[in-house]
Design a protein around this ligand. Structure first.
Ligand SMILES: Cc1ncc(COP(=O)(O)O)c(C=O)c1O
Length: 373
């Protein structure tokens, strides 16, 4: 068990997520841990057939079909089919991008706050980071000078903020003008229909150098059988394909076949059901905590599978050991504020992709800790 306060501050978010893995009340990581729907359960029952299909079919076909099913599900009709690299996870795609960027630039402008493994991976290859706050980013403020890449998580984790089509077009035009790579992480886009406009149509027509990281891993409770996709422009000018080949040959054909089947199920009603499921989880959090003095929900427009909770005067460190005593795991927002951790110390993040019974039990415990503190 980690010591409250000291380790809470120095741990990265994934280290805090490890602690939660064996708890019923794990509301920490953003992975999908809800129960399978009936449609998804039927796919799981077909696993032997799916395995045979994956073993028999050429990987190239499986890959093309999985990419197509997943990206069309999310409105990304103009993705360039010949420039999609399948990775074991989106963090692997991120590592490949970071290593590629480090061959051409020494600085990246990165949205603030965001999930800490993005800045950690970028810093890990020696890149200097310049924070770009969300309000100016979305309002159209000019990008910082002296960077070789602008990196935006949309929808963002943990805030749920989404780049509009107009803003994406303007950013892409600015990046083209300044010859800066525009990099997006859209891992959470499945949850938010406002992120389902065709990003690739805008990026391709802008003429800018761009990359996009997509992720099947946040949506479906597939026990972390998932892929991350690294998609890039023809003119990206980065050795992404070469560095990909330094790291992996490809992902499991079985997982590709699985992604295709889950995407088909989602297209025939499963995605709308998932949106309703997450909305109900959010309602449970709001209803259970809404009348606790000082508590507020800062992301009124968010529909992603995580919810931030402001704690008023309380700091996460003040309630951490009481939560651990009750086996309740959430994430402090400190580490999301990678450039200024103090900004996140009075809020926490609750994961919503969980059974409603566990979520309800966890937020009830959180409520009683907050009322006692
Ligand atoms: C925005 C974002 N991108 C990437 C990742 C990394 O995902 P994975 O752990 O599947 O590699 C996360 C993890 O939560 C995330 O929030």
């Amino acid at each position: 068990m980690i010591e409250p306060a000291v380790h809470l501050r120095s741990a990265n978010l994934t280290e805090l997520e490890y602690l939660a893995l064996n708890s019923e009340l794990n509301m920490a990581d953003g992975h999908a841990r809800q129960e399978l729907t009936d449609g998804q359960q039927r796919i799981v029952e077909e696993f032997p057939t799916l395995f045979e299909k994956a073993a028999a079919q050429p990987v190239e076909d499986l890959e093309r079909e999985a990419h197509r099913a997943f990206l069309h599900l999310l409105g990304q009709h103009s993705y360039p089919a010949g420039r999609v690299l399948s990775c074991y996870a989106s963090s692997v795609a991120m590592e490949i991008l970071a290593r590629s960027l480090a061959t051409r630039t020494d600085a990246v402008a990165l949205v603030h706050p965001t999930f800490d493994n993005i800045p950690d991976i970028l810093r890990g290859v020696g890149l200097r980071l310049v924070p770009v706050e969300e309000d100016p980013l979305h309002a159209g403020a000019p990008l910082p000078d002296g960077v070789g890449c602008v990196f935006v998580t949309t929808p963002n984790n943990p805030t749920g903020r989404v780049l509009t089509a107009e803003r994406l077009a303007a950013l892409a035009a600015e990046c083209r003008e300044k010859d800066v790579v525009l990099a997006l992480d859209t891992s959470f886009r499945g949850f938010d229909p406002r992120a389902h406009y065709d990003h690739y149509a805008i990026l391709e027509s802008s003429g800018c150098r761009w990359t996009v990281i997509e992720d099947t891993g946040k949506l479906w409770p597939t026990l972390d059988l998932k892929v991350g996709l690294l998609v890039y422009s023809a003119n990206v000018g980065l050795p992404v394909a070469k560095i990909y080949s330094d790291i992996l040959l490809g992902v499991s054909p079985f997982i590709l076949a699985l992604v295709e089947r889950f995407a088909e199920d989602a297209a025939s009603g499963g995605l709308a059901d998932l949106h309703a499921f997450i909305a109900e989880g959010r309602r449970i959090v709001h209803e259970t905590l809404g009348d606790v003095p000082g508590v507020a929900f800062p992301d009124a427009d968010s529909v992603v599978s995580v919810e931030r909770v402001d704690l008023g005067d309380r700091r996460c460190a003040d309630i951490w050991s009481a939560l651990q005593d009750r086996q309740v795991y959430v994430l402090p927002c400190t580490q999301f504020h990678w450039a200024d951790p103090g900004l996140g110390e009075r809020s926490l993040r609750v994961a919503l992709a969980r059974s409603h019974t566990s979520l309800q039990a966890a937020v009830r415990e959180l409520r009683s800790v907050l009322l006692a503190g």
